[in-house]
Design a protein around this ligand. Sequence first.
Ligand code: ZN
Length: 232
Amino acid sequence: MGNGTGGARSAYDRRRDSDALRGWRERQYARQARSQAWLLDRASRGTGRVAYDRLGELPRTARCGWPLGGIAGIRVRGGRAFVTGAEHCASPWSCPLCTPVIRAQRARDVRQAIEYWRAGAGHGIGFLTLTIPHTPHDPLRAMIDLVSGAWSRMRGGQAWRAWARHAGIMHYIRSMEITWSPTGGWHCHLHVLLLLDRDFDPDRMRGDIHAMWATAVRTVDPDRRPRRNDAA
Ligand SMILES: [Zn+2]
């Protein structure tokens, strides 16, 4: 990318970017070391020792960056250094090194899909966020099952199918996002990008979407009642 004057980026800019990237990498490596220490601690039941022949049973995230087959090296290509022969866990959720890379790639894919879809004559795009009420005591596993279950429920229902026909939904891209806070606990929610074959404004149907989502959530868990703003 240029610097706005059409010329090459200055050595100063390149140096600053490379320092920022190095700082970011150092922080991510520190986080990885911390998370791997926790995982090892749990696998070893606090002893800090895991038998050699049981290392393969560790979660992949705990082994991320370990040498494959015991041989790792550093290679230089085009003036840049690469670590070779190391295993990557490729976790889209919990690895400080792999997750940001995978997320960035997915974000690029989604941007490309939006641009491609927008270029089509008369096409529309809608964006939904679906959440559920939760407390700090709700376990993550239950929250994931509840959100995915309610989504399947809603999408399989008559009301959604009729609405999808009316709005002209041709495709959708769904992504689950999970955040955590000490006061709210696990906040597991869905972002849904709707690709429509007409220029339809999903704002007009907020009430309908909310009603469908609330019904789906109640079907999966009768004690949980989504609030008014749980579908936005
Ligand atoms: Zn990883």
